[in-house]
Structure formats: structure tokens, C-alpha cells
Design a protein around this ligand. Structure first.
Ligand code: GP9
Ligand code: MN
Length: 629
């Protein structure tokens, strides 16, 4: 009796040891893979520490499942778990060696992209890869030697609770440290590389799967009748283009340039007696310069601006639509223009998966995407998120010239990005003296961006591209957040930044150069508009009918359009009023006096309806129900 009891006890201990061995081996293996296989750009000691602990919570979670299997099934369930997780890890390693990116849930579900790997499997595998399967072999050996098993007793159930509590606590610690490195990591989901770096590969997969399930469920419950309702709403708001502008740039190229974090207050502003953006200031006199143009972005920042411009739909209230709904159907400008014989390309000096661009650009219809890997990026010529603007535009220029005409291209600048840093020698423009380092440096990086644009425009002019292309420059979103409004008030020469001023600060500059129009009809355009309006504006300039298009914006050159735009937080602005949704208050322009709410009722309601319908369109993937002629 006693002997049987002892044997049972030893067996149980053995089975725990077996489980712990499996967990520890898998943890070590995962860490080594994260460290040696993936280029995660570890920036500090904390990030190195996070990388070590990142695999633990999910390893405990998955291996813990084995405790639900009794007797001899228990060690075999451990083997199976180890096998599946190793397949996932190794598939990611091969995928990364080929695509420089991580596997996504749709890749797994639709078995996409893997066929490309098959062909080069030989070139992608290395003899040392056998290491990734070593723990599996060790576990088989241990089963054979030790014959671990479990009886699923009370003690086992206690062990389950302890193990999952531990897994959950470690996950919370991991998440807290990760948020310290990058706040709003989960809500904004910047890119796969960041999620893997800060949460580990397995947590990334769990997260990605949850996002995908959520998106698919929303789609599954959508029906085509709402699509028709929204189509009618859009039809009733449609405005006619100005015949003087419709088709004025027919067959011309389009060059869009996203000016990182560039706010409109910079235009014609001087600090210490010098213009911050002399080139843009000059441009504001030569081209169409819109000085009441606003960004409509949410948490997806640059990517939201890109989304607005190419689709004329609003980005989402939470997260970045580039990440959450990249597999929707859209009728975006690049895909429309592809059908009209245009070559379409995007250029950006950061990693291609940032904001899920590599996938979303495909959905939007970009035929080519020149990202970090297509440029020569070194420590000297890059800073912060990637290639410095001057270097980026310079290297991109020959690629642009090689494109078949007509083309639709966009360039996403980077250097004027928080925390606004430059290397010594990048600019001789003096810092501001506002007492706020961020704002002081902002003037320098904005000036640097301005110089980069000047250099690019010179290239465009000498090559003749300038006269063959509509060129559109827009600020993507604000650069100076509310945390810096004290210094901002100084710069603006006001006491403090009021809520009304805050909305004014959401203005970003917009310039449109139309070949043959410089200096003639060109003038400062006062109409209130936003990024949402660029798609119909561009298509009309190119002479492409947008009568049936699902667009929430309106052509900025149309004489019929309402001078109006919507903020992603539900606020709105017209030529007369500003409605602040956060404050639920109405302000009158130009002084910002608070007036009766009834005066803002129209714009408040339009904003609410626009956002509601646009969100419905995206969540339900409703464009799939609409026949695009
Ligand atoms: C990153 C760049 C900056 O690639 O577009 O993104 P942001 O933080 O401005 O959205
Ligand atoms: Mn940006």
C-alpha cells in the first residue's frame, strides 16, 4: 500500500518535472529565436528584458493545457503542444527570412503566401535549424525514460489554478512594461514587429487572431440593405464639380506628398526673425493653397490620413483601419486609376509592415510599394522611424522617373516626427526658445522637411515632371499635442490655448499644383475642408466621373460644396462655427466666442451621421455589396 502510494507520488512529481522541462526548453528556444532570427531593433535594456520574459506567459498558457489531460495522455499532450508551437515558430522564422515580416491570421486561415515559401524552402532552411526541433527530441527521450503520467487529482487542479494565475500575472507585467515602451500598443497596434518585440510572437498571434475574429463577426452580421441606405445618403449630399476644373488635368500624373506632423500654423510663421518653411511659403503663393484644411485622423495617424485620402471614408474611432480592416473591399483611388491605365506606387522609408502598409496598399490597389528594404538605409542617413527626408526623396526620385506614365504616386515623409530629432549637421536652423524642447526641435525638423521638399521640387522641375503632374502636399495630422500647449500659446502670442484654438490647431496645410495653372488662377482657397475631400477632388481634376462613388467628402474646387469638415472625435467645423464634441459647445468664428448650441446643430448632426455611416460601411465591409461600375 505504502509502496503504491510512494510510486504514485514519485510519478506525479516526475510528471510535473516533465512539464517544467518542456516549458523551460521551449522558453529558451523561443527567446533565442526572437533574438537571433528576427530583426526587432532593440533600443534599450528594458526592451532586452521584455524580450526575455515575452514568451513566458503564452508558453505557460499553452503548456498548461496539458494538465487537462489525464494519465499517459498528459505527456503526449505536452509533445503535441510543443510540436504545434514549434511549427508556428519555425514557420514564422522561414516566413521572416523570406518576407521580412510575421505571419498574419489570414495567412494561416487562407494558407496564403506560403506557396511562395515552398519554392524557396531550400534556400530558406539552414542546417542549424535542427536546433529548433531539439527540445522535441529531448521530450520524446524523457517520456521513454521516465514515463511521466498524471491522475488528475485535486492537487493537479490546484496546480492548474496556480499556473494560469502565474501566466496571467506575467502577462500583465509584460504588458505594463511594453506600454511603458510604447503607449497604446494594443489599441493602436502599430506594426507586427513592435508587437512581437514587446509582447512576444505567441501573444502577437493570439492578439492578431482576436482582432480578426472581431472583424469577421462584424462583417458576418452586416447586410446589403444598409449599403443601399448609405448609398442614398451619399447621393443626396452629392455636389457637382466646377466645369472649369473638371478634367483640367486629364491624363496627368499625380504626386501626393504626406508632410509628417506638419501643421498649418507653421506656414508664413517666423521664429527668431526667420521663416520656418520658406519653400512652402513660396509655394503658397504659386499654387492653390488651402488655409482652412483640416486633418480628420484618429488613432491611426499617418495611416488614417492615407486611408482618408485614398478612400474618402473616415478612419475608425478606435485603432487603425489599416490594421483592423485591411481585408475589406474598398474602391480606392489607386484601384480606380489602375483601371484608367495609371501606374500606381507608394514610397516610404520605414519598414513596410508599419501600419500594416504592405497588406493595406495591396488592398487599396497600389501596384508597387518602395519601402525601407528598397532604399539604401544606413545609421548615418536615417533617424527615428527611418530614412531622412532629403535622402528618401533623393533616392526615390530615380525610381519615380522610371515609372510608366501616367502614374499615381505617394511619398510619405518621416523626419518631422515626434520627438523631432536630427543629427548634428542636418540643419543650421536655430532651435526655438519657447522653453519646451519638443516645440523648439519641431521648428528645426519642419525646416529640414521644407529644405527636402525644395530639393525634390528642383528635381521635378529640371526633369520636366513638374509640368506633367498634379502635385499635392498635405500635412498628415497635428505634430504638437496638448501636452505642449503652454509653449504653443507663447508661439501664437496668446494667453493660453482655448478649446476653440485647439480646433484651429488641427488645420494642416494643403497645396495643389495643377500644370499650367501656377500663378494664374492660383490663390489662397478659403473653403473649409479636410483629407476626406481629396479623393473626389483628385478624380474630378483627372476628369473621372465620381457620380456613383461612395465618397464622404466633396470636391474642394466645387462651387456647390458646403464649407465644412468633421473631426474623428465627432467635432465639426464650418465657415461660421466650430462644434466641440468633447465640450459639447458651439463657438463662433473668427473670435471663438461661445454661442448658443442651436447654431451648431446642423454641423453637429452632419458630423454624427457621416461618422456613423462611414463606420458602418467599414465594420460591415459594405462596399462588397455595391456594384462599382
Ligand atoms: C511611420 C510613419 C509615422 O511609418 O508613417 O507614423 P505616425 O506615428 O505619424 O502615424
Ligand atoms: Mn504621421
Amino acid at each position: 500500500m505504502k509502496m503504491a502510494f510512494d510510486a504514485q507520488n514519485t510519478n506525479r512529481r516526475v510528471h510535473y518535472y516533465f512539464l517544467y522541462t518542456a516549458i523551460i526548453l521551449f522558453w529558451i528556444k523561443s527567446y533565442l529565436a526572437f533574438h537571433y532570427e528576427f530583426n526587432l531593433d532593440i533600443e534599450n535594456v528594458m526592451q532586452s528584458f521584455i524580450l526575455i520574459i515575452a514568451p513566458i506567459s503564452s508558453t505557460l498558457f499553452f503548456f498548461g493545457l496539458s494538465l487537462f489531460f489525464r494519465g499517459k495522455w498528459h505527456p503526449f499532450s505536452i509533445l503535441a503542444i510543443d510540436f504545434f508551437l514549434t511549427v508556428l515558430l519555425y514557420a514564422n522564422i522561414l516566413y521572416y527570412r523570406f518576407f521580412n515580416d510575421f505571419i498574419t491570421t489570414p495567412d494561416i486561415m487562407q494558407f496564403k503566401n506560403f506557396s511562395q515559401l515552398e519554392g524557396s524552402a531550400h534556400a530558406l532552411t539552414r542546417p542549424l535549424d535542427l536546433f529548433y526541433w531539439l527540445d522535441f527530441v529531448i521530450l520524446i527521450g524523457l517520456i521513454w525514460l521516465m514515463k511521466p503520467s498524471t491522475d488528475n487529482s485535486k492537487r493537479d487542479r490546484k496546480r492548474i489554478v496556480t499556473l494560469y494565475t502565474l501566466a496571467f500575472s506575467i502577462f500583465l507585467v509584460n504588458l505594463t512594461l511594453a506600454e511603458g515602451q510604447r503607449s497604446q500598443l494594443l489599441t493602436r497596434a502599430f506594426d507586427r514587429a513592435k508587437l512581437v518585440k514587446l509582447l512576444g510572437l505567441y501573444n502577437y498571434h493570439v492578439y492578431d487572431a482576436i482582432i480578426n475574429v472581431r472583424t469577421s463577426t462584424q462583417k458576418a452580421f452586416a447586410d446589403s440593405s444598409s449599403a443601399i441606405q448609405i448609398q442614398n445618403y451619399i447621393k443626396s449630399n452629392r455636389v457637382q464639380p466646377d466645369p472649369d476644373f473638371f478634367g483640367i488635368a486629364k491624363g496627368k500624373n499625380v504626386i501626393l506628398i504626406s508632410l509628417e506632423s506638419t501643421q498649418n500654423f507653421l506656414i508664413n510663421k517666423k521664429i527668431h526673425g526667420e521663416e520656418i518653411t520658406p519653400f512652402l511659403n513660396k509655394l503658397s503663393k504659386e499654387t492653390f493653397y488651402f488655409n482652412n484644411f483640416y486633418h480628420n485622423t484618429g488613432q491611426g495617424k499617418t495611416s488614417d490620413a492615407e486611408f482618408l485620402i485614398d478612400t474618402s471614408l473616415y478612419p475608425l474611432p478606435r485603432g487603425a483601419v489599416f490594421t483592423t480592416n485591411a481585408h475589406n473591399q474598398f474602391e480606392a483611388t489607386p484601384s480606380i486609376l489602375n483601371k484608367h491605365g495609371y501606374t500606381t506606387a507608394a514610397f516610404h522609408g520605414n519598414h513596410k509592415s508599419f501600419w500594416n502598409r504592405d497588406i493595406m496598399y495591396n488592398t487599396l490597389g497600389y501596384e508597387h510599394f518602395f519601402s525601407e528594404q528598397d532604399f539604401n538605409v544606413t545609421d548615418e542617413n536615417s533617424i527615428n522611424y527611418g530614412l531622412k527626408d532629403k535622402e528618401f526623396l533623393n533616392q526615390a526620385f530615380p525610381k519615380l522617373r522610371a515609372l510608366k506614365h501616367p502614374f499615381y504616386t505617394k511619398f510619405i515623409l518621416l523626419t518631422n516626427h515626434f520627438p523631432f530629432i536630427l543629427d548634428h549637421g542636418d540643419t543650421d536652423f536655430a532651435r526655438g526658445d519657447t522653453g519646451d524642447g519638443v516645440l523648439n526641435r519641431y521648428f528645426q525638423t519642419a525646416h529640414y522637411e521644407d529644405e527636402a521638399l525644395k530639393q525634390f521640387f528642383n528635381q521635378l522641375k529640371t526633369s520636366g515632371l513638374y509640368n506633367q503632374s498634379v502635385i499635392i502636399l498635405y500635412g498628415d495630422h497635428y505634430g504638437i499635442s496638448e501636452n505642449h500647449y503652454k509653449a504653443m500659446a507663447k508661439v501664437l502670442g496668446i494667453d493660453h490655448v482655448t478649446p476653440y484654438d485647439h480646433y484651429q490647431l488641427q488645420k494642416v496645410p494643403l497645396f495643389i499644383h495643377i500644370p499650367g495653372m501656377d500663378g494664374k488662377k492660383s490663390k489662397v482657397m478659403e473653403t473649409v475642408g479636410g483629407e476626406i475631400d481629396l479623393k473626389p477632388t483628385i478624380l474630378n481634376l483627372l476628369g473621372i466621373q465620381t457620380d456613383d462613388a461612395i465618397v464622404f467628402g466633396s470636391d474642394l474646387f466645387s462651387k456647390e460644396r458646403l464649407s465644412f469638415t468633421v473631426f474623428r472625435d465627432g467635432s465639426a467645423v464650418s465657415d461660421k462655427y466650430v462644434y466641440g464634441n468633447r465640450q459639447q459647445k458651439c463657438y463662433e468664428k473668427p473670435n471663438g466666442d461661445q454661442v448658443d448650441m442651436s447654431l451648431c446643430e446642423d454641423i453637429r448632426k452632419s458630423a454624427q451621421q457621416d461618422l456613423m455611416f462611414s463606420d458602418k460601411m467599414i465594420y460591415g465591409d459594405l462596399l462588397r455589396f455595391i456594384d462599382h461600375k
